[in-house]
Design a protein around this ligand. Structure first.
Ligand SMILES: *Cc1c(COP(=O)(O)O)cnc(C)c1O
Length: 377
């Protein structure tokens, strides 16, 4: 049998630009400067320019970007933050680490927050909307920006999966007060370890977040607030600069794979992702839906194709949030998605032969009435 196709792999992406990454890593190692140096400063300038923001502040992870963003906005205990119910749990932890309460909203058919269901959730305690651009596709920002302005709410964007995706031509991360990014290795702009950043146009927010990431100090050993240690180190910043220089071609490569998937996967038992008019996607994941997901997973596995579920347990039903008191049925669309979604293989450096095989086996799969899957010919 041909080699197993992993749902995601990072080694191929490394070998695409191996020489440049190795050169940069050695350069930083030999420089003798490893934290808060010139690589980070240059990455911050380059990533701010890439997103069209005035400021970027590098941080240690995407989760840190989220909770430090809410902290900088003064959102915490007694405050409510609206967020889509079908997100990765880190979005919700970014809200609750500060003591604020998440208020969940069902997603639309593009897996992003359903803007029509936001207004009914706004109360006197609502302080912000956290918009997650899930799976790489930009959310429909226009109505969200209008609601935020009508009710004087902050907008924070979780762009951990959407580096470079646009809504009506404007880049995600730039619609509200703060855009939060993760550079976890499997993200579209992935480092070789943990890393994250915020972008903002507000100089005060940028300064505050710089202070928070470094023990609450602007001046060494003079600590203004109880901060954190959340610095993006020089090696990761340097490697991210290398990858940012290739991001356009890396995105084009993902798009080409996903356009083949969209065109060539033909199986009535599978629901393919839909693209919203006016939004672009950077294809963080290619997520299909299937009623008999368990059988589909084993069938693909038997044929050497790995898959992942993003995400099997929605945050409101996770043990970590049992204190919020939600029961099964609270968010039916979210729960249906959690039961049906499946991410098929997608990564930079994926070969044409691998893409062919994924398409072939998905097209051969048959869902029969007994729930027994057989190869149809
Ligand atoms: C990955 C991710 C995060 C968290 O980023 P880390 O760098 O892993 O902390 C937050 N939100 C979403 C939507 C993510 O996909």
């Amino acid at each position: 049998m041909a080699d197993y196709i992993m749902p995601n792999r990072m080694d191929r992406g490394f070998y695409q630009f191996q020489g440049e990454y190795e050169q940069k890593a050695i350069e930083v190692l030999r420089s003798g400067w490893y934290i808060l140096g010139k690589e980070l400063q240059q990455f911050e300038e380059e990533f701010a320019a890439y997103t069209g923001s005035r400021y970027c502040v590098g941080l240690a992870s995407g989760l840190d970007a989220l909770w430090i963003a809410f902290r900088a906005l003064g959102i915490g205990k007694g405050d409510e933050v609206i967020v889509q119910a079908n997100t990765y749990i880190a979005s919700v932890m970014g809200i609750t680490i500060n003591g604020a309460t998440p208020v969940f909203v069902e997603p639309d058919e593009y897996y992003n927050i359903d803007a029509d269901r936001i207004e009914e959730k706004i109360t006197s305690k609502t302080k912000a909307i956290l918009v997650v651009h899930l799976y790489g596709q930009a959310s429909h920002m226009k109505p969200i920006v209008e609601l935020a302005s009508k009710y004087d709410l902050r907008i924070v964007e979780d762009c951990a999966q959407s580096h470079g995706a646009c809504s009506e031509g404007q880049m995600t991360g730039t619609f509200g007060d703060i855009g939060c990014f993760s550079f976890y290795p499997s993200k579209n702009l992935g480092a070789f370890g943990d890393a994250g950043a915020i972008v903002t146009d507000n100089p005060r927010i940028a300064e505050d977040i710089k202070m928070i990431r470094n023990y609450g100090s602007e001046k060494r050993y003079y600590n203004k607030v109880v901060g954190a240690n959340s610095r993006l180190d020089e090696i990761q910043a340097g490697l991210l600069r290398v990858k940012l220089g290739h991001l356009k071609e890396l995105q084009d490569e993902r798009t080409a794979i996903c356009e083949r998937y969209l065109k060539e996967i033909k199986n009535g038992a599978l629901i393919l992702p839909k693209l919203r008019e006016g939004s672009t996607t950077v294809w963080h994941q290619f997520v299909i839906r299937c009623r008999r997901r368990k059988e589909l997973i084993s069938y693909l596995e038997e044929n050497g194709i790995g898959t992942i579920i993003h995400y099997p347990i929605p945050p409101h039903l996770s043990e970590a949030y049992s204190y919020l008191g939600y029961r099964i049925g609270a968010y039916p669309i979210t729960e249906m998605y959690a039961d049906e979604v499946l991410s098929i293989p997608l990564y930079n450096g994926m070969t044409e032969e691998e893409t062919d095989r994924v398409i072939k086996y998905l097209n051969l799969w048959r869902e029969d009435d007994e729930g027994e899957q057989t190869l149809g010919h």
